[in-house]
Design a protein around this ligand. Structure first.
Ligand code: 0O2
Length: 269
């Protein structure tokens, strides 16, 4: 009889999910650090449960020895975007990596070709090499790329589908279809006011980065500077912060950069 040593079998999948999550989160982080809008809002990941793997294998008539080749979403990553347009950017980022740290095996566009359930999402199946203590292993992973609205709908639909198994009442099914239509319209509406939203978000990001820099500079001055001067600087900062003028905060930070530099030079001489 076929058996699977599940713990050992799932190790590379767990590692792949951890690594891929870090890789895509880092891209989002990089955009924020550069005060730029990130097409990646949120990244989540999971390894399919053993029960769910067995259920899928049973439904599709896949034997235990074929699971590795035939079930492509044991490792799953979900990249959530704010706008539909961001999905293309993320797909582009993934295609750029094709043949480098991952290999694209298949793409499924359930956005252009919405599923009959109302499901929308862009899927990329990749082959991904992991290096475990047991050596290199290339595993399949599924990357689902979708907007916040698509994700909201899919999460609710998934739990209802699970609750009703194959017997979802027709009125629930119809409500879900109407909700899918509403999610689609929400994505369209958001796209039309995208530039307004982006501008507001970029300003917010820029402001929080400048404030973080100022605080870092003040902390440095507390270590190397004159304490009464630092107290005065703190007061000035609080006043500017309350005023909320971004340009003034930027100038103030440039002055602090210079003061820190002067102290650094003095400490070297
Ligand atoms: P779970 O519990 O999320 O892991 P196929 O290519 O059709 O032979 P497969 O693998 O069913 O085989 O592919 P498909 O249809 O692309 O589905 C892969 C995953 O997409 C599903 O995994 C779901 O996560 C998601 N998905 C697909 N269709 C729907 C849908 O109608 N509603 C929701 N909410 N999610 C969907 P699993 O294993 O079905 O589920």
């Amino acid at each position: 009889m076929e058996t699977v040593q599940w713990k050992k079998f799932l190790i590379p999948y767990e590692q792949a999910v951890r690594e891929l999550k870090v890789k895509f989160e880092s891209i989002g982080h990089e955009y924020h650090m550069l005060n730029q809008y990130s097409p990646i809002e949120l990244v989540t990941g999971r390894v399919k449960t053993i029960a769910s793997i067995l259920e899928k294998a049973r439904k599709k008539g896949i034997s235990l020895s074929e699971i590795q080749e035939e079930i492509d979403d044991i490792a799953g990553i979900r990249i959530i975007c704010q706008f539909v347009e961001d999905i293309d950017k993320v797909v582009g980022l993934l295609r750029e990596r094709d043949g480098k740290d991952l290999w694209i095996v298949e793409e499924k566009d359930y956005i252009t070709h919405t599923k009959s359930s109302g499901y929308r999402s862009y899927h990329m199946i990749i082959k991904y090499p992991v290096y475990t203590a047991q050596g290199e292993k290339k595993i399949l992973a599924e990357i689902q790329i979708r907007t916040l609205a698509m994700n909201f709908w899919a999460t609710i639909e998934h739990s209802l589908r699970y609750k009703y198994n194959q017997n979802m009442p027709i009125e629930i099914h119809e409500r879900l279809l109407r909700a899918a239509e509403a999610a689609f319209k929400l994505d369209q509406e958001m796209s039309t006011i995208q530039s307004e939203i982006l501008e507001a978000q970029e300003l917010f990001q820029l402001r929080s980065n400048i404030v973080a820099d100022i605080i870092k500079n003040i902390e440095n001055l507390q270590l190397i500077g004159n304490l009464s001067e630092v107290a005065d600087i703190q007061q000035q900062f609080l006043k500017l912060w309350e005023e909320g003028d971004l340009e003034k905060l930027k100038k103030f930070n440039q002055q602090l950069d210079m003061i820190v530099q002067i102290y650094d030079v003095q400490s070297l001489s």
